[in-house]
Design a protein around this ligand. Structure first.
Ligand code: MGD
Ligand code: MGD
Ligand code: SF4
Ligand code: MO
Length: 709
């Protein structure tokens, strides 16, 4: 052991640089973080860290970190700032918000945040304390919550892969999900890799030839955006060939006969020309999946990036149900809920206030009665900012989101934000979005704050404590900022110390430790029981898994899944396809960055300097594009440049472009946000998913052209 290590304090924590969960050992010397290592004792990563987690010191001590509050001087977006104290910042925010609430109502104040952040539930909690139903997250209608809300309504709970048990799966179906890079929802990427140890059969549904596709027994190279057709055809094979688990289906599902009749037209021959997947491959996948048990379904956000996402999720979610892979070792399981209910303060919103949530009347799974954590509909919210309709939204408080990079249609987003009377951004760094704010607040990064995490996400049979080990500048955690603001505004709610809330959750979950005790231990694993439905059924109106969704029917939505082309596709918009003949999919995750983050970290940027778009070599040749050339990608909305990367395994008609790109090194106020940002190409116009309000991010129409160097 070296001398430094012997004098350092080593504290346990949990990395939250992605959706999180990897246990860490935090080495601290004289109040400074000197080393971050994976905790060998953690069941979620067993000592490992990914490139992002390994770059934690670069992040925490980056010279560009925001370290004190700033107030805008000069016109909005002109890039001129003045340092102010926390007292001045909080006073000004409190005063402005109270005035807006007084004049326009609380709903004129909206809150925004980013994906699965430690503080995500605090954002709506603060909104609820303030009286506004309008909070949002760019992933909400198009990431994870379509799966969560669909399963809560039809399974009564949210299933995840059984990663923390002893049994390895015999088969894994990866659908629009590449957890070796992303490891997002319900697992860490290390759990996902470990699940391959038993050499399971692998089925991959992905337009790109990923590492998993290369390793797959069956790879279904689907046309982006039509996963619904493919899922229906797989269900058709399982039902017509009688491959389902008859005993499980008879005892534990509702509506099988109706489903079987409904599926009849959706044959593999019907699906082949729609999906570009040969009928025989669809059959092979369905047969292999049904025959090999236990199996896990690993699904990802790719299936949620179309305006028809809920019914796609519905169809795919039936595969484990029909084959009886539910709450069994090595299958799809329900968590043990080690964390008690988060005190969301939703009860503070009157029914009238809830009804004002933008989009809630239309999209009931996003903002209304079908939503677990009701959120506002982003396109409707942006319209309210721009046009004051259906009522004005005057203020926007953004806690951890780079709106100009991750919302669809960047140009319209900017126009909307420019109309605000008052905007606040809390972030780790100045971003092209924060440049549009009136006040910018320095947020604490994950090693600088106390929080709890329940993982695998939403299943929560492992409860983890993330503890504050260092202080950087004047940074405060988002949680602390909400408490400070609530006190300043004398809301009478959301004013208790953060740790009290964490302790309440631990107590209600029956963990038997308070936060400080848990932080010393690192994690708590709730003893697991399988087949819990045998004790009390499923928490649905029929007590069974609802293949025929009675709750959907009651809300006026289709109780059985169906196929629908995305609105912008070669089939539904042939006149657009004449000009923009290629199919564009976006945002497949890369291991070096989390969404729009980390572009300023030298070690990660060394590994991955430029944005890359994948193109088949024949398509590239047709346009005179060589590998590593800059290439224009253009849609009806605009054009951007990314570097061409040959993808011989992808269909020659498909382009994939990365998301989240901006160039911090290019400086304020725009940081090159227009050059390679894929959301310059996307749209947030209707039609939306009728249940969830989702817009289209994958399967759009584009064309390419060689760009100058
Ligand atoms: N390192 C890293 N990790 C991350 C993130 C990150 O940015 N970086 N982001 C986090 C977030 S917010 C999320 S939601 C998750 C996302 O992580 P995943 O759910 O794994 O999703 P993606 O990587 O976006 O896409 C998965 C695969 O879907 C394929 N795909 C594209 N279009 C389609 C389609 O139309 N149908 C099908 N079936 N497949 C398609 C892509 O080729 C890709 O290989 O990752 C999280 N984790
Ligand atoms: N075209 C296209 N668009 C997409 C996607 C796609 O695949 N294609 N993916 C979509 C999906 S699935 C999602 S979930 C969203 C993701 O969108 P978001 O989750 O909103 O991600 P970012 O916009 O990168 O914003 C994260 C910001 O939070 C800051 N930050 C990090 N940690 C903290 C913290 O603790 N506190 C505060 N206050 N700030 C912090 C970072 O510096 C960064 O500026 O994007 C969506 N947009
Ligand atoms: S996978 Fe996520 S939690 Fe684990 S080290 Fe990487 S960034 Fe951190
Ligand atoms: Mo996401």
């Amino acid at each position: 052991m070296d001398a430094a290590a012997t004098t350092s304090t080593v504290l346990k924590s949990v990395c939250r640089a992605c959706h999180g969960g990897c246990g860490t050992l935090m080495h601290v010397e004289d109040g400074r973080l000197t080393k971050v290592r994976g905790d060998p004792d953690s069941p979620l990563n067993r000592g490992r860290l990914c490139p992002i987690g390994s770059a934690t010191l670069d992040l925490v001590y980056h010279p560009d970190r925001l370290k004190h509050p700033l107030r805008r001087v000069g016109p909005r977006g002109a890039g001129k700032w003045q340092r102010i104290s926390w007292d001045a910042a909080l006073d000004e925010i409190a005063e402005r918000l109270l005035a807006i609430r007084e004049e326009f109502g609380a709903e004129a104040i909206a809150l925004g945040t980013g994906t699965g952040r430690h503080h995500i539930r605090w954002v709506s909690r603060f909104g609820n304390a303030l009286g506004t139903p309008n909070w949002c997250e760019p992933g909400f209608a198009q990431c994870f919550h379509p799966r969560v809300n669909t399963c809560l309504l039809t399974y009564g709970d949210f299933p995840v892969c059984d990663f923390t048990g002893e049994t390895k799966p015999e088969c894994i179906l990866y659908w629009g999900h590449n957890p070796l890079n992303s490891g997002p929802d319900g697992e860490t990427r290390f759990n996902a890799r470990d699940s391959l140890e038993g050499n399971p059969k692998i089925i991959v549904v992905d337009p790109r030839e990923t590492e998993l596709a290369k390793r797959a027994d069956v790879w279904l190279r689907v046309r982006p955006g039509v996963d619904d057709a493919l899922a229906l055809a797989m269900l058709n094979v399982i039902v017509t060939e009688d491959l389902h688990d008859r005993a499980f289906v008879a005892r534990w599902t509702h509506g099988f006969d109706a489903l079987a009749a409904h599926l009849r037209p959706y044959t593999p021959e019907w699906a082949a020309p729609i999906t570009w997947v040969p009928a025989e491959k669809i059959r092979a996948a369905a047969r292999l999946y049904a025959a090999t048990k236990p199996s896990m379904l690993e699904w990802g956000c790719a299936i949620e990036h179309t305006p028809k996402c809920i019914q796609t999720v519905r169809a795919i979610s039936m595969l484990p149900a029909l084959t009886g892979n539910i709450d069994v070792p090595g299958g799809w399981v329900f968590g043990m809920k080690g964390l008690g209910r988060f005190p969301s303060l939703i009860e503070n919103l009157s029914p009238e206030a809830n009804a004002k949530r933008l989009g809630a009347d239309k999209f009931k799974l996003l903002g209304g009665q079908g939503a677990d954590l009701p959120a506002a509909h982003i396109p409707t919210l942006l319209q309210a900012m721009r046009e004051g309709k259906p009522y004005p939204v005057k203020a926007f408080l953004v806690f951890g989101n780079n709106t100009l990079t991750t919302y669809a249609n960047t140009k319209l987003v900017r126009e909307s934000l420019m109309k605000l009377d008052f905007m606040v951004c809390a972030d780790l760094f100045m971003t092209p979005t924060a440049e549009l704010a009136d006040i910018v607040l320095p947020a604490a990064a994950w090693p600088e704050l106390d929080e709890l995490a329940g993982l695998p996400t939403a299943a929560a049979n492992v409860v983890l404590a993330q503890q504050k080990v260092v202080q950087v500048g004047e940074c405060k955690s988002d949680e602390e900022i909400f408490v400070a603001l609530a006190r300043r505004m004398k809301l009478g709610l959301c004013e208790e110390p953060v740790k009290d809330v964490l302790n309440q959750q631990l107590k209600a979950g029956g963990v038997g430790m308070d936060f400080d005790q848990l932080a010393q231990k690192g994690y708590y694993k709730v003893p697991f029981r399988y087949r819990k439905y045998e004790e009390r059924g499923f928490k649905t109106p029929t007590g069974k898994i609802e293949l025929y969704a009675t709750r959907f029917e009651a809300m006026g939505y289709a109780p059985l899944p169906y196929y629908e082309e995305p609105p912008e596709s070669p089939v539904s918009a042939p006149e657009v396809a004449r000009e923009f003949p290629l199919v564009l999919t976006t945002g497949a995750r890369i291991p070096y960055f989390f969404n729009s983050e980390h572009r300023q970290l030298p070690n990660l940027r060394k590994a991955y300097r430029e944005p890359r778009a994948e193109i088949h070599p024949e398509t590239a040749a047709l346009h005179g594009i060589a590998e590593n050339d800059w290439m224009w990608i253009e849609t009806r909305r605009g054009r951007i440049r990314q570097k061409a990367k040959y993808a011989p395994g992808t269909d020659p008609r498909v382009i994939h472009a990365e998301h989240g790109w901006w160039f911090p090194e290019e400086g304020a106020p725009e940081y090159g946000v227009w050059r390679s940002n894929v959301n310059v190409l996307t749209d947030n116009a209707p039609p939306y998913d009728p249940q969830m309000g989702t817009y289209q991010l994958r399967g759009l129409l584009c064309r390419v052209e060689k760009a100058e160097a």
